[in-house]
Structure formats: C-alpha cells, structure tokens
Ligand binder design. Sequence first.
Ligand code: ADP
Length: 451
Amino acid sequence: MKSIKHKLFISYTITIFSILLLLSAVSIYFFKLNKEIKGMELIDSTYVKIEDLIYDKKNLNISELDKYLDFSNQFLIIFKNDQLIFSNQSRFKTLRILDKIQYEDEEKYEEFYDDGYIEIENYIFSLNVFEYKKEHYEIYLGLDEVYLEESLDDVYMIIVFLNIFIFLILTLLAYILINKTINPLKLILEELKSLEDSRDLSKRLKHIKTNDEFEQLINSLNKMLNNIENSVENIKQFSSDASHELRTPLTVIQGEIELIKNKDISKEQIKEVLLKVDNQQKKLQDIIKNFLLLSRLDKEALKQSKSSLDEVIFQAIEVNLDSLEKKSLELQLDIDENLEVFFEQKYLNIVINNLLSNAIKYTQEGYIKLKAKKEDKSIYFEIEDSGIGIKQQNLDKIFERFYRDDKVRTSSKDGIGLGLAIVKKICERFESKLEVKSQINKGSTFKVYFR
Ligand code: ADP
C-alpha cells in the first residue's frame, strides 16, 4: 500500500517538473523569436551602414569596406552593375555560394527578392538591390547560423542547469512541506492503533494544535468516541435493567409454581396462583412488546402521514375510561376540532395513550385536563393532572429507560419505566418538542408541540 506522503510527493514532483518544462519551452520559444529578430536587425543595420558608406564616401575604396564594418560572422557580397566588386570571403567560397543561390532559388526567386531569406550552407542570406547615381547595386548578406546557434547553446545550458537547480530546491521544499503536513496524520494513526489495541473506550486521542482539518479530525474522532462510549454504556445499562425487569416476573412465576408443586391444594388456591402467574406473564409480554417497540423506533423508517389529533385523543379517553371512572377523576377537555398533525397515527396513539394512562396512574384525586390547540400556526397537546408530581431534580430522569421514582417503585403501581422513554423517542423521530412541568404533590403537566 502506498502512503499518502508517497502519493503527494509524486504528484508534487510531477507538477513541479511539468511547470518547469513548460516554462523552459516558453522561454526557449521567446528566445528563438528574439534571436530571429536580432538577426534581422543585424542584417538591416548592416545594409544601412553599407548604403551610407556608398553614398557618403565618394572616394570609398570598396575593397577596403571591411575596415569600416565588422563582418565577423557575416558573409557580404556586393555587385555593382552586375560586376562582383566586394566579398569578405575567399573568391572560391564566394562563387560557390553565388552558384547555390542561383540554383536553389530559381523558384523562390521572387520571394527572395522580396526581402525574403534563404539558407545556404550555414548562412542565412538576404538580398538588397538599389540604384545610386545610375549605378546598379546588388548586396548579398549572409548571417552565420552556427554563430547564432552557439549563442543559443549557452542559453540552453543555462536553462537546463537553472531548471535542475530549481527542481531540486522545489522538490526538497515539497518534501519538507509534505512531511510537516502529513505528520499529524501519522500521529493520529499511531494513537488510533494504540486505542485499538487497548480496547479501552474511555481513552481519547491526544489534542494536537494544528489549526487545520487534522485538529478538526481529532475533535470529531474524540466526539465520536464519546458517543460510542455513551452508546455502549447505554446498551450495558439497558441490558442489565432489561434482565432485571424480566427476572422479577419470572421469579414470581417460579415462586408460585414452587408453592403448589408437591402439595395438595384446593381448586381455589390453584385459581389464585394461576391468576398471579397470568398477571406476571402479561407483565412479561408488556415488557417484551415495549422492548420491540423501542428497537423498532431506532431503526424503522417512519411514514410521514397526517393524523387527526382530536380523534386520537378521544380514542385514548375511551380506552382509559374505566380507570378514570374507577378513581372518580374529573376530566376537563379543551380540544379544538380538525387538528391535523404530521404524525403516523399508530405512534400518535402511543404518545397520547402513555401520557393519559400515566396521568391517571399517578393521580389519586382531583382532575385531569386535556388541551389540544392551534397556536400561531403550530399545534400542541397538553395534559395536566393534580397527581403526586415529580421532584424537580428527577424531571430529566423520567424519560430514561426503566427509570421509576423510588416512591412509585415501592408502591404497588404497575409499570416498567419505559412509557415516557417511548414517548420521548417517538416525539424526537417526528421532530416534535416535549416539555414537562411538575410540582410535588400538586401535579404535572406534559406538553407536545407538533411540527
Ligand atoms: P412507568 O409509568 O411504567 O413507571 P414511565 O416511563 O411512563 O414509566 O414513567 C417514568 C416515571 O415517571 C414514573 O415511574 C413516574 O415516577 C414518573 N411519572 C410519569 N408520569 C407521571 C405523572 N403524570 N405524574 C407523576 N409522575 C409521573
């Protein structure tokens, strides 16, 4: 497996190399362009000088022209009235070149005469024709290509060495920079590895101050580890609570069965035992049903359908009517009609039913008030009772799984401490806000704000 450092380094190097290559190509192109321009300028200025000398120096001895001009690296041939009057090279070389000019340029002649250029041997030749005092002049001027190229060779070498130097410096810089950037990642990986080996969920990654994504990554990983630790703790707590809750009815059932085993007992006693066993098995069923509901709520996709809140409230009242009447509690209703809420009906039933049955369960006398209203476009449901109330410090705990107030737990009130946990979970999943207010011995109010 290749490391990120390795990959980054390769891509950096390729990028630096490509940029340098491109820069070199561009500079060579412009240099060549410059060289051509320089060459043209040299040719033009030499022509001007020669013409000036011919015009001004009346007694100019043409064979001494090279005294006035520097012809090194140039080939100059002058014809006057078709007579060769000057050449700065040997006669033999001059005639050979002239031959070639004629031969090579039969077709390109016009172009050549039109200030064009022609390459013969290692010279770039141009031609200038003019009349002066009825005399006809033809001047061939050749520039030494080798000389021009040689001057370029130096530039090529400079460019190559400069490139190698810049490439090495940039690569070294890239290496140092990449190392510096990647180092925190290495540290994070080492720490993660040691966490993995220790299997201790309470350990966290050491904070590294980098002011960049690595610091964010460490923070996020630590937050994730917090969440995982909390979840694992919750699961542990849940399974220990769940096994405890399941064990209680099972122990009761086992005790009852032991009681009648190997004993002669009357039909009446058997009936009594069976009733107790039936009660406990119903409790077991209840517990298991609620476990399943909670786990479904964690993973099931919910339907985003609408339900009629007022209808669901009246259904819940009907279901709980018996227990309401048994306790002779006064039921006060303030419920608007046609209250449509974004809530799947089966879950809305559970929320209203759990809150109403709790209110009845924890109220001995007095009233239960049910309110459902539309307020500033949002709909809420409120249930108030005049029951035993909840201590202020326990208000957060009542939504935890299996939490039951000590007083409630020791009393004979049935329940398993999952009702409000389920209500809270459902409200969260349907993005509804759940609030509670309570005063001990005065009563409690639960309020749901629907989305
Ligand atoms: P259960 O009712 O089965 O014990 P819940 O989750 O419904 O479980 O409620 C958790 C605890 O919150 C109850 O045991 C009780 O102590 C407290 N509680 C819930 N509703 C009320 C209420 N209306 N009045 C007083 N206490 C309540």
